[in-house]
Write a protein that binds this ligand. Sequence first.
Ligand code: NAD
Ligand code: UFG
Length: 337
Amino acid sequence: MEKTILVTGGLGYIGSHTVLTLINAGYKPIIVDNLCNSQPWILTQLEKLSGQKIKNHAIDCTNFSDLEAVFKNEPIHGVIHFAALKAVNESVHEPLSYYNNNVKSLLNIIELVSKYKVRKLVFSSSCTVYGTADKLPISEDHPIKTAESPYGSTKQMCERIINDCLKAKKIENAVILRYFNPIGAHSSGLIGELPLGIPNNLAPYIMQTAAGIRSSLTIYGNNYNTHDGTCIRDYIHVMDLAEAHVKSIEVMEVSATSHTLNIGTGKGNSVLDVINAFENATGIKLNYTYGERRIGDIEKIYADTNLSEEILKWKSKHSLEEAMRDSWKWQMYLKSK
Ligand code: NAD
Ligand code: UFG
């Protein structure tokens, strides 16, 4: 029988791609998503792409009794916990919503994982937990500095809570994944990132500019100490990221084990590299100008992926150009809708 994996936030950007990857790997995902940052038609897209019915429980993970009903009624084999609020800027202005949503959801998940003896938990963390890197590529043993935003702080707290509960044997196994910068979309162009309002992140801003929704992209700073003066990040295709979640579940199938792992490509690319990749992949010239540095941006960060490659037997496969091509397909699909 297929093993059931509860995917919280499964209608969101990374969650939706992971749901498909789980199905392809022979698992049965069930979703819990309150739709605070997604839309119901994403479920229809997932059903179209997978050719099967998928259940979404439209409930809030901060509501313990609603969440417990799912654990009572479904034979849950593992949990992948994506559900969280993720806008760094917004978290500075709305810290209580961020602490309440992100921390409370995880506490409820842990309590239920413990009560219902679920032996596999995967948690979405972020390279934001590191802050500015002392050394690049950055490895998992890099010191965790004071978080620069309430959002970053929720990720640090959640990691700590998981590690404390592992030590106290309240939960058996967990894999914490620290994502670098997710980009791209499913190659069908039928699912992708759905930014609300004006995007803060680079890739959706590029797509909306090319689609004529925004007039021009502002590159935040071109006087950094990098090969072309623009900031460097580790951009990872969302399908590679999705695969890393399935591998994390598989690792916990074969041994009782817990890990904290970087999920990136190991390569640093600048803002201009991303724009070039977009132009090469689509043949479209992008309108952009240089502006001031954005407050809080770090100059460069990219992952040391040795540990994740060793533990998960996984490596990112997709190029920056493929990610740009797939995001563009998704943008075109949105335009045609
Ligand atoms: P997303 O907003 O697209 O997806 C999150 C989903 O969770 C949404 O569909 C939303 O409706 C749902 N959700 C939020 N709070 C909920 C709650 N209390 N109960 C039920 N559903 C809830 O975000 P994403 O980009 O897919 O990110 C997924 C996870 O990865 C998040 O934990 C995020 O912090 C983390 N992460 C994202 C990035 C990134 O750049 N996208 C980088 C690092 C880490
Ligand atoms: N950038 C621009 N113009 C834009 C948007 C972004 O030049 O309009 C630049 C930024 O200055 C940065 C790079 O593009 O140099 C990437 O910026 P993003 O906002 O796409 O990504 P960040 O690395 O700043 O932040 C992302 C997520 C955070 C997460 C962090 C670490 O948005 O949620 O990675 O995981 F915390």
